[in-house]
Design a protein around this ligand. Structure first.
Ligand code: AMP
Length: 289
């Protein structure tokens, strides 16, 4: 399978418009590169459902805060091209920052405050508006398509689903399951920042989620009890500093009063340099409908 790099908006649009005009269905996988099997799983899903698969690789400055890792974010286009080719991608859209933002700082923004202000948004106040703005821009560039996102970034996925619906953007958003290492750690480009001992410690996020899920499956009905239990698991790992451990309604991302039939456990912790995220969907056997 060969994959082609397309660095300009005009060239990508021309190619995709032609493909659509000849009845080809387009699958789109937006990424920031430094690809791993989590990204590849989205590409394989897009390959299975569509006639032409385009992935984007763009480290979007808008979604990084002032003290975050924009300049040091890991990059390896050669390896990314190999992984994309193997996963069945046809085109990689890899624009420069100037290509995406030729007028300097963008003056327009897409935001979904009701879903963005807590959890990740509490510590990264500009992150989700930066993400929603670039994803909207990418959707305008790619056009009507199916777009594949990981449940790994659960809050991001909820925000994307919402602005796509609110703004009637002609994109079908497809959520894909989290790909994990053998010890349960969710794959992430930022795992490359972990030292050997931090890498071992990082599996505590998944252990905490599973402890929370076990309580719910055993009939626990109080969100607070579950959240405290997850926090307790992380508290036992000296290399991890908990940011939040939450039980939320999957659509509103609010903590419910009682555990509903379907809920999502969210967790974020600092382990060494990176802030790591994970989440898990749980069905409560006796949960209120
Ligand atoms: P990123 O390059 O980190 O912006 O991620 C690009 C896409 O890959 C997003 O939709 C992520 O949710 C998804 N993704 C990242 N890690 C994983 C994973 N471990 N499993 C599934 N999808 C993932």
């Amino acid at each position: 399978m060969t994959v082609r790099l397309v660095p300009t908006i005009d060239a990508l649009r021309a190619e995709l418009d032609l493909a659509r005009a000849t009845g080809r269905r387009i699958g789109f996988v937006p990424t920031m590169g430094y690809l791993h099997d989590g990204h590849a799983s989205l590409m394989r899903a897009a390959r299975a459902d569509n006639d032409l698969v385009v992935a984007s690789i763009f480290v979007n400055p808008l979604q990084f805060g002032a003290n975050e890792d924009l300049s040091s974010y890991p990059r390896d286009l050669e390896r990314d091209t190999e992984i994309s080719a193997e996963a069945g991608v046809d085109l990689i859209f890899n624009p420069s920052v100037d290509e995406m933002y030729p007028f300097g700082p963008v003056l327009s923004s897409v935001s979904v405050p009701a879903l963005s202000n807590q959890w990740e948004g509490a510590t990264r106040p500009t992150h989700f508006a930066g993400m929603a703005t670039v994803v909207t821009k990418l959707f305008w560039i790619v056009g009507a398509c199916r777009a594949y996102f990981g449940e790994k970034d659960f809050q991001q996925l909820a925000i994307i689903r919402r602005f796509v619906a609110d703004l009637s953007i002609p994109v079908d958003v497809v959520g894909c399951p989290i790909v994990r290492a053998d010890d349960g750690l969710a794959l992430s480009s930022r795992n490359s920042y972990l030292s050997e001992s931090e890498r071992v410690a990082a599996s505590v996020l998944n252990r905490a989620l599973r402890a929370g899920a076990a309580l719910i499956e055993d009939g626990e009905s109080s969100p607070t009890v579950v959240m405290e239990a997850m926090a307790g698991v992380v508290g036992e790992e000296p290399l991890a500093t908990l940011d939040y451990a939450a039980l939320v309604d999957p659509a509103t991302l609010e903590v419910p009063e009682r555990i509903p039939a379907t809920c999502r456990l969210l967790i974020a912790a600092q382990v060494g340099r990176p802030r790591l995220l994970d989440n898990l969907g749980v069905n409560a056997p006796g949960g209120a409908p």
